[in-house]
Ligand binder design. Structure first.
Ligand code: SAH
Ligand code: TMP
Ligand code: ZN
Length: 421
């Protein structure tokens, strides 16, 4: 399915007033107001047809799944001009090489092993199985990023994953030893259908291994920029356990990851087919202690987000009145929530530096800050770099030592607003 992201659609959003997992009615605990599509970088001729919706988030009083209150149509977000290429981060390339090796060791050592990845993007994970005896298949609806994977020799189907596609894969290739997915399960509102498809695709001995940004980290760090159109859900072990139980699957492992600002890697198997790690119970206890199932936690989160916004805007206004130049670092999808929620436009941030060619020469969604190539950051270094790509901080701060040594500084807002010394 390919839809031009800037074509006005018939509404383009679906309101969600009952939990997508257990159907209990819920009220959003917070609205971020009018927001554009997070990855829809655009050119001035598209301003007139820019798509907006209300970004709001709530938590289900019954199964405690944190989820959006409105869902943008998938075809408006994932298409032939999708702007996110996984391979732009060296850190993530290493992370996925390690994940591929771990899955190979644990689950792909039998005869004629087969792995299916949902949301395989440019092949950052599956490329590690090229030249091995492991058969692979990527499912990636965004045609442009899928083409990058195909050029590497990775078998890729450009479709949205669903039970129908799962059945076709089983007929053509057989059931899978591993189904894997990174930063995509949380993108799919119809999670029941995806889980049903995965269940039919997995061998009785197979494992689903997936990771997504973790609710516990979002609450702890008030990293509200994880909340945007693509992220339909904010998972915890508590909420996912309920979901998988409805499909006779169970979480057998939950391993915290330090990527994307704090993620969780879940391993899920057919119920009763594998030992359950003690990490699952440990994580559940931590979630209870962190209050992830309590309403007060989210009321407090909302207050901390509002404070973060006020402090960031005050800092940027001060920098401007002091005559300092501020440039954004990384035109991340996450930065769309921050700039639109805080009202940060080109008056406060001169441009955003980004290494992704498809974003360069365009402007940021909603707030229309120009996105410029990294060479411009290097040739005209600002006083302050506003670290929108804070989830890649380790990689970026190592790379930007010369910028800091020359007197530049980074402005950050997660977990606290401030200037890195
Ligand atoms: N796994 C990669 C890419 C994450 S971005 C990584 O972790 O870096 C999410 C990807 O999932 C996008 O490339 C998007 O096109 C794809 N996607 C979105 N909905 C999907 C669906 N229903 N089935 C399969 N892929 C989907
Ligand atoms: P992500 O936070 O969704 O992974 O997106 C990271 C964005 O930041 C992506 O557009 C590439 C950009 N980026 C840079 O411009 N420079 C860098 O050093 C890194 C790591 C990312
Ligand atoms: Zn629910």
């Amino acid at each position: 399915m390919t839809v031009d992201q800037h074509q006005p659609s018939s509404g383009g959003v679906t309101a969600s007033r009952t939990c997508l997992i257990c159907r209990t009615p819920f009220e959003p605990f917070m609205s971020f107001g009018r927001q554009p599509i997070a990855n829809a970088f655009l050119t001035p001729d598209q301003f007139g047809s820019e798509f907006f919706y209300e970004l709001k988030v709530g938590t289900c009083p019954s199964c405690h799944m944190v989820q959006l209150g409105q869902h943008v149509d998938p075809g408006l977000m994932f298409h032939e001009q999708y702007a996110f290429f996984s391979g732009t981060s060296k850190g993530m390339t290493v992370h996925f090489a390690e994940l591929a090796a771990a899955m190979r060791e644990r689950y792909l050592g039998g005869p004629d092993p087969f792995v299916v990845e949902i949301g395989s993007n440019d092949g950052i994970l599956l490329q590690n199985y090229l030249g091995t005896p492991i058969r692979h298949l990527g499912v990636e609806p965004s045609g442009n990023v899928a083409d990058v994977a195909r050029a590497k020799g990775i078998q890729t189907i450009s479709r949205f994953f669903d039970p129908g596609l799962a059945a076709e894969i089983v007929v053509q290739h057989g059931q899978a030893d591993v189904v894997t997915a990174a930063n995509v399960m949380c993108h799919i509102p119809d999670l029941h259908s995806v889980v049903a498809g995965i269940r039919s695709l997995l061998k009785p001995t197979g494992a689903l291994v997936f990771e997504d940004p973790y609710l516990g980290d979002i609450v702890e760090k008030a990293s509200y920029d994880q909340i945007y159109d693509e992220h339909a859900f904010y998972f915890s072990v508590t909420s996912l356990q309920r979901l998988f139980a409805m499909h006779e699957l169970e979480i057998v492992d939950a391993e915290p990851q330090d990527v994307h600002g704090g993620s969780m890697r879940y391993t899920v198997r057919h119920r009763g087919s594998g030992a359950v790690s003690s990490r699952v119970a440990t994580q559940l206890q931590r979630e209870t202690a962190a209050g992830l199932a309590r309403d007060e936690t989210y009321a407090d989160l909302r207050r901390r987000i509002e404070t973060s916004r006020d402090e960031l805007v005050a800092l940027l206004r001060r920098a401007k009145s002091d005559g300092k130049r501020v440039v954004g670092y990384g035109a991340t999808s996450k930065s769309t929530t921050v700039t639109n929620y805080c009202g940060i436009g080109p008056d406060l941030v001169e441009f955003i530096s980004d290494t992704t060619p498809i974003k360069q020469g365009k402007v940021s969604p909603g707030t229309h800050i120009p996105v410029r190539p990294y060479t411009e950051f290097q040739s005209r270094p600002p006083d302050y770099a506003l670290l929108f790509a804070w989830n890649h901080a380790r990689e970026i701060l190592a790379k930007e030592r010369p910028f800091v040594e020359a007197g530049g500084a980074f402005i950050v807002y997660v977990p606290k607003v401030g200037i890195l010394s």
